[in-house]
Design a protein around this ligand. Structure first.
Ligand code: PNW
Length: 458
């Protein structure tokens, strides 16, 4: 490949608050839906909770040393809403704001640009008690919270991401019950998806109204290109349903000026979509400065019977398909097929389908492999190096195809709380011993450091 990364291309790593911070009761933090969900028997593997995670709340200075050692120019992290507003509305907890100000100022002192995400799944439990994302009011509360963080940190942060991955928030959280708050609903989950988008739009509008020159606003979506397992009309239609639910439900209102065609028909008898109001599309679809894409895997889709044939009892996750028929390719420790060209497809596909799409970043990409049993195995992650090398190459292929791609963030800096999998799966470039909070850079950390040094552009 002759083409290279464009000048100013960002190299970074990503984390999220609930997954690394721990200290869930420190300095006035309120409970989030993930604190509650983790106490439900069987919800999280091993009965794991947000404690201790990587106790980043107390160890952040040495985690910033790890960033400096890596040589990244950018760091993507999230702010915990319940640290800032313990009950999701009203009173602001100063100690929460002060924590993030210290982190951001220290990043800047090190020459690392903070990419701040306002919502990476840790909804204040008090708002869930009032309906959570099913309720339109939560979108208003989110905009208020966003404006308040922006007022507090707008002098030191330029990059503002509203949401991380509204798809799993809505569908895994309110449809499948695999994620917090653990609901299995049809209408409620579709309402959640709409209110997440609305919250994004209201928050963007509120922050733009107060923005300083140089501020940039965006959203992060997970993309898993859906391909039919066969050329049969039924499998092609099933892949289209998957694409509508995971991607178009979000990208059409955000970048296409319309609701995804076919979504209503997919949920006939499940939801009347009465949560849509006049003016919502304009709020959701206002211009953005960037789109973040998280890519891990492709989905291979076969038509299948509905698990629940009665539409009135179907959840938003039950759309009559099977995604377990994988091609004969290597898999990661999560069981995900390794298909780097799926990343190229995701980026090129978005660019081709949405004229006027803003510049993109790969805001997450990474993998887990089982640690080898011996001492060396803890850090000898050659498979992760191969994975990252191939995916960086796939990002470069998208650039070569003319995609305006501005950066790549590896998930993740540290081993962390992998949601329903708890601490069992380790995504870190740096190994964390949760008992001692000892950090040990893996081989992949050194590989990425050398990669960045070789590709740094002016
Ligand atoms: C990402 N699911 O997305 C998240 O943004 C990270 O927080 C996470 O650690 C990373 O992937 C690795 O899994 C996910 O449906 C999207 O189970 C979907 C799911 C999980 C994570």
């Amino acid at each position: 490949m002759t083409s290279t990364f464009p000048p100013g291309f960002r190299w970074g790593v990503a984390t999220s608050a609930f997954q690394i911070e721990g200290a869930t009761r420190s300095d006035g933090r309120g409970p989030s839906i993930w604190d509650t969900f983790a106490t439900v028997p069987g919800a999280v593997a091993g009965g794991d909770t947000g404690e201790p995670a990587a106790d980043h709340y107390h160890h952040w200075p040495r985690d910033l040393d790890l960033l400096t050692g890596l040589g990244v120019d950018s760091y993507r992290f999230s702010v915990s809403w319940p640290r800032i507003q313990p009950s999701g509305r009203g009173r602001v907890e100063r100690r929460g704001i002060d924590f993030y100000r210290r982190v951001v100022e220290a990043l800047r002192a090190r020459g690392i640009e903070p990419f701040l995400t306002l919502y990476h799944w840790d909804l204040p439990q008090a708002l869930e008690d009032e309906g959570g994302w099913r309720a339109r009011d939560t979108a208003e509360r989110f905009a208020e919270y966003a404006a308040l963080v922006h007022d507090e940190l707008g002098d030191v942060v330029d990059r503002w991401t509203t949401l991380n991955e509204p798809y799993p928030c809505a569908i895994a959280g309110y449809g499948e019950g695999r994620h917090a708050p653990g609901a299995r609903e049809g209408h409620g989950a579709l309402a959640a998806a709409h209110h997440l988008l609305l919250g994004h739009g209201l928050a963007t509008r509120a922050m733009r109204a107060r923005a300083r020159p140089g501020h940039r606003f965006g959203i992060v979506l997970n993309q898993s290109p859906a391909v039919p397992v066969s050329p049969s009309a039924a499998d092609i239609a099933a892949a289209a349903r998957q694409d509508t639910l995971l991607r178009r439900q979000f990208t059409d209102p955000l970048f296409g000026g319309r609701y995804a065609p076919g979504l209503i028909a997919m949920f006939d008898g499940v939801s009347d979509f009465s949560f849509r109001r006049d003016g919502d599309l304009e709020t959701i679809g206002q211009p953005l400065d960037y789109l973040g894409v998280n890519y891990y895997y492709r989905l291979h889709v076969a038509d299948a019977p509905y698990r629940e044939p009665d539409p009135a009892r179907r959840t938003a996750a039950d759309i009559g398909l099977d995604t377990t028929r994988l091609p004969d390719v290597p898999r990661t420790g999560m069981g995900w097929p390794v298909e780097p060209d799926g990343l190229t497809d995701a980026l090129v596909g978005l660019r081709d389908e949405y004229p006027g799409l803003p510049p993109m970043y790969v805001t997450e990409n990474g993998c887990v492999y089982p640690d080898l049993a011996d001492e060396r195995g803890m850090v000898a992650d050659d498979q992760r190096i191969a994975f990252l090398r191939e995916h960086v190459e796939a990002a470069r292929a998208a650039v070569a195809a003319g995609v305006d791609l501005r950066g790549y963030f590896c998930w993740s800096l540290l081993d962390n709380f992998e949601w329903a999998h708890g601490y069992k799966h380790r995504f870190g470039l740096v190994h964390v011993d949760y008992a001692t909070q000892r950090r040990t850079p893996r081989a992949s950390y050194h590989w990425y450091r050398d990669h960045i040094a070789a590709h740094r552009t002016p």
